[in-house]
Design a protein around this ligand. Sequence first.
Ligand SMILES: *Cc1c(COP(=O)(O)O)cnc(C)c1O
Length: 394
Amino acid sequence: MNFQEYPVESLMFITNRPEIVFTHGKGSWLYDNNEKRYLDFIQGWAVNSLGHCNDGMIEAMDKQARTLINPSPAFYNAPMAQLAGLLSANSCFDKVFFANSGAEANEGAIKLARKWGKKFKGGAYEIITFDHSFHGRTLATMSASGKPGWDTIYAPQVPGFPKAELNDIATVEKLITDKTVGVMLEPIQGEGGVIPATREFMQALRALTKKHNLLMIVDEVQSGCGRAGTLFAYELSDVEPDIMTLGKGIGGGVPLAALLSTKEVACFEPGDQGGTYNGNPLMTAAGFSVISQLTAPGFLEGVRERGEYLKAQLLQLSEERGFNGERGEGLLRALLLNNDNGPKIVEMARDMGPDGLLLNAARPNLLRFMPALNVTKDEIDQMMSMLRSVLDAL
Ligand SMILES: *Cc1c(COP(=O)(O)O)cnc(C)c1O
């Protein structure tokens, strides 16, 4: 179909979208209404952990759709329990609550921390968060985020989120008062431009939060589920947080998220938390397929290998072109440009032919790479050669 035949004008305007409609995808490739194909290094915003239309997920969802779609969140179902069991067996957490988006999981983390503060810490409710962090688009998670400008769009903000600077423990310590209940951070700031918290900082933060009896909350919506080369990014720093949130990759493309905590912190009482779709078997069956594939022997080792390979290619390109290097973990990486051409490169890469390339510029001076975790070395090579031709044409 021609672009003009799609009734896109009926969609509420929220962002500038290119005049193409994506129709199907497989693995690392996405196809539009003109049958043009694109090598996809965005993957639904680091969402399709196993690429487009993964066979295992299709099979799991097809089977589940024919068996049971939603008995009600007030009843148990098998995939919900199985996925919770798999997550707790593979993490330092004991208890899992499922949600439908990263923002909702983070709202749950904020509520759990405030509940814990009320019960065990004299009503403490403030959660220290970080400049340039991103925690979602609900009012509370926007208030928790350190994204410039987000404090005024929908003012007034939800109170209780003082901001510290990532990788500077003194700025955290300075904000601690008897109102503080915890500290929440992304182990790798994603939207902020792929900025990892250092191992030293994560360890200092764990020690500081223990010393003051504060909760350490990791938002692993982007860094979790294999993206960083380990199942969860907190593992890279050898720390054990109290609360973790997951989103994006856990559903492999479908709306699924999770809030996890240790059994000591899991203090919700009946009526405190819920949601109509939370833990529905269709989505949790998809999540069970994703996490089973990620934890299969050798898979994460492969992610680390391909991450190192991508890193080496990006460093070589950076050297060739006089860029400022690269950073990231596993298959969440950024190439640091020496100018603000990021958005221009993204547009040219998408529009070039015969094949296009989908990249993201989280900030104007960098390009972010978040391919499928099962991307091949050959696809990484293709991406690099396409990127080189865009840079040549610029
Ligand atoms: C994307 C993201 C969120 C929000 O997730 P949604 O599913 O869009 O609500 C929260 N935290 C981080 C770190 C993210 O990258």
